[in-house]
Design a protein around this ligand. Sequence first.
Ligand SMILES: [Zn+2]
Length: 233
Amino acid sequence: MAERIQRVMVITAHPDDSEFGAGGTVAKLVREGKQVTYCIVTNGDKGSADRSMTPERLVKIREEEQRNAARALGVETVDFLGFPDCELEDTRESRMAITAAIRRHRPDLVITQNPHRTRNLGGSHRDHRIAAGIALDCVYPLARDHMAFPELLAQGLEPHKVKEVHLMWWENPEVLVDISETIDLKIKALACHVSQIKDMAAVEKRVRERGAELGKPKGYGYAETFDRIVIDR
Ligand SMILES: [Zn+2]
């Protein structure tokens, strides 16, 4: 990753999305000395098949799991924006919350999800599409323009220009990141999401198979893949 990228923010809808989509890349960026922060947009309070679970308990469990997973990858800062799971909407409130996170942490690179529906139903979860769509609108123009959300400027959150965005992308990706040296960390981080994973061996198998498949075009053992938008080229 070029020197012009020093700070990275991963913006995802749910606790665990970052690990599934970009865990190996995050671990690699941390190893390269980049400062990575997480911004988790919803609280994940619907993600349980346990009929005795309550949303309040689940939110606490998932925050703890997400902090553990982040720590396993070397990510120290996790912002939880707390919007309700499965009910994320593109509103002034959600746009302002993500814009505030960008202005607070001032990332050069934003990694987020795919804003489009694909044949991958799980990957195309409505919260993923909506979070990614909002994140792009916040990168440009909302975080950049001082007159967008005057209340943020009043709080001392100065405008910020993101240099590059990577979207988690499997079909004809522009960027292949070799995660052969960090796939084990990705698996370790995924395993922190205990409430979300019934069969970790099956998840590991699936993640390794997919990573190997994505790495093939460049001869990498394992890869994560992205579409790329360069803003200051
Ligand atoms: Zn998700």
